[in-house]
Design a protein around this ligand. Sequence first.
Ligand code: COI
Length: 362
Amino acid sequence: RSGQESMPLHGIRGLQSKVRELQESPGGLGFGRYFTDHMLLMDYEEGTGWGEPRIVPYGPLLLDPASKVFHYGQTVFEGMKAFKWKDGRARLFRPLDHVRRLNRSCARMCVPAVDEARVLGALRRLVTADADWIPEAPGTSLYIRPFVVATETQLGVAPSRSYAFVAICSPVGAYYAEGVRPVPIYVETEHVRAVAGGVGDAKTAGNYAAGLKAQEAAARMGCAQVLWLDGVEREYVEEVGSMNAFFRFGDEIVTPPLGGSILAGVTRDSVIRLLRGWGVSVSERPVSIGEVAAGLRDGKLREAFGTGTAAVVSPIGSLHWRGERLTVGDGEPGELSKRLYETLSGIQRGELPDAYGWMEVV
Ligand code: COI
């Protein structure tokens, strides 16, 4: 589970202190490599509905190979974060918004909705049980990954009649190996991620599996991520593999509208609210790759960044499009990207006032 080491790290005494040591070095914890002592389980059966959530030791799931999730991909997930403040208490960032989005993904994928209050209460108990695992160094947090899988053992293509809800936790640092350095992004012109009417606005595993081919191409070009274009004209910017995309043209910030094919990011919404609160003009409008490339060539596009729970606010350093590498600004993090990252992290870490009421005590 460490993702890097062959030794099974989980369950070894002293791993928590290892995590404490790792959080001190940039890139030490990485993203999603280590997992805590416990997980949350909750079962659903048609007729009786969702059962009681249980906190159990972290460990493998025993699933029948005929479970529908393995064959037809009926599954949804979320990503949310907990932070430990200087007063020693843990806080969750916008947890209700994450659980509501989980339920929107469930609705799209024919998964029965979970009870928001019950799941939030259970997530709080999970974070409390593993509170010692929450790293405290700047740039770190406890990433919580709730997910639901279809468990009915029957090979007909139809919504499952049973499900397992699971939540696991991972102490994390920056999502990208670059840390807070601007990331190079590859513009995919052949494959598409999603189309309006499909499942692009649901957080479901298939969207990410569908993106792997392009991610391989991106890696060959030395890029960290893929920028997706729309599925019809292959012209309008959609989102980056793990983030929503923002561009600064002069003093206007532009981000693609939520048209059904892109994910409604909780961080996207937070960033829009912060910017508008600062009096910065934000347009949720279609933006073509041609407009982006022209802006990079004539200097009107002053900065670009991605937002996401895992990625927080990550500056985009360059775009690799049709064999050309276009640098964003001077290749350094832009002024607004830095201000947004520092403000959001400051709120999350309890170092800046939480004017929007985003942080919830665990
Ligand atoms: C998140 O930001 O929480 C996500 O789910 C993106 C994932 C690809 C790491």
